[in-house]
Design a protein around this ligand. Sequence first.
Ligand code: NQM
Length: 358
Amino acid sequence: MSDGVRCMLMRGGTSKGAYFLESDLPSDAAERDDVLLRIMGSPDERQIDGIGGAHPLTSKVAVVAPSTHPDCDVDYLFLQVVVDQAIVSDAQTCGNLLAGVAPFAIERGLVAAEEESTRVRIRILNGGGGEAVATVETPGRQVSYEGDVMVSGVPFGAAPIELEFPSEGGALFPTGRLTDVFADTAVSCVDAGMPVVLIRAADLGLEGDESPEELEADGALRERLERIRLEAGRAMGFGDVTDTTVPKLSIVSPPRHGGTITTRTFIPHRVHTSIGVLGAVSVAVGVAVPETVASFAVGTEEDAALRIEHPTGYFDVELELDESGRTLRRSAVIRTARKLFDGVVWPRPAAAVKGTTP
Ligand code: NQM
C-alpha cells in the first residue's frame, strides 16, 4: 500500500503519536505493521523518512474503532513502533496516548459530544486489556482556556482529561510475591496495567535523582538492569523479554520535592523523561501495599492520591484499594491531549530500499 492514509497526529499526555481509525489501516496485522513502519520512518534511529520523533515516547500509534463490547464506546489498540528496528509491538498499552483516544473518537464521529463534557468508555485491547473511562470537555470549550491544567512534562496548559481505570481486581504482583531477588537485587514486580519492576536506587549504588542522560550513559548500570529485567520478565510470565518493551524498570528513592517517591523509569532501555500513566499507577500500588521495595515511601490511606516525582515534575495518582489493602478497586489520573495535525500521511513506498547513505 503506498496510497495516503488518513491520520491524526496528537500529543497524548507526555507522549506523541499517530492516531488512526482501524478502518483506515489494512486489516491484516502484518500488512498494517509494515505500513506503520513506513509511515513512522522505522527502522532508522532518526526516523528521518517518516513522522516518528526518533524516541520511544514519540514513535507511538493508536488504532481506534467502534467497540465490539456492549459496555464500551470504542476499542483502543496501542502499537509501539520501535525506532531503530523493524518491530511494531502490541505487548503493552500506553496510558499517555490513551488520553487522546476520546478527543480523537469525538473528532472522527465515533462518539457524539455532549454539551459540557463527554464520557467515553474505552476498551484497551493490549495485554491484560481492561477498561478506561475518559471524561473530556467538549472540543469547542478548548477555545476559552479557562480551567486549563498543566501536566508535568508539557510546558503548555490544556483542557483536563480525566482517565479512570476501574479494576476487576486482577493480580497486582505477577510473580505471586511482594518482593523477589533477581540478579542479586531486591525488586518488587507490579502490574496495575503496566508491568513494572521496582528497584531501590540505593541497591544499585544510585542516589535516585540522576538525570535520564546520566543514567543512559552508565553502561554497567544498563547491563545490570537488563539482567534483572530478563529474570523478572520470565518470573512475571512474559518468557524471554529480550525483544519486548515490557517489563519497564522504575528506580525508586525518597521524594525530593514534597511528593511521595522519586522515580527514574527505564522503558526499558531509554529513560523516560517523565513517567508513563499506567507505569505511575503501578509505582503507586508498590508504594501503597506494605512490604514491597517501595514501601519506605510515605504510606497511604484508602482513596489518597500519591505524588510520583519524575525527571520533569510529578504525577498524581488516585488509588482506591479494597479492605484487604492488596486489591485495586480503581485508579484515576488527570492528563491533557491536543490535536496537532489532521490529514493524510504517505508511507514510504514498499519497494524503497534501505541502503548506506552516500
Ligand atoms: O505507562 C511509556 C508513555 C509510556 C507508557 C512507556 C504509558 C503508560 O509515557 O501508561 O503512558 O512506558 O513506554 O507514553
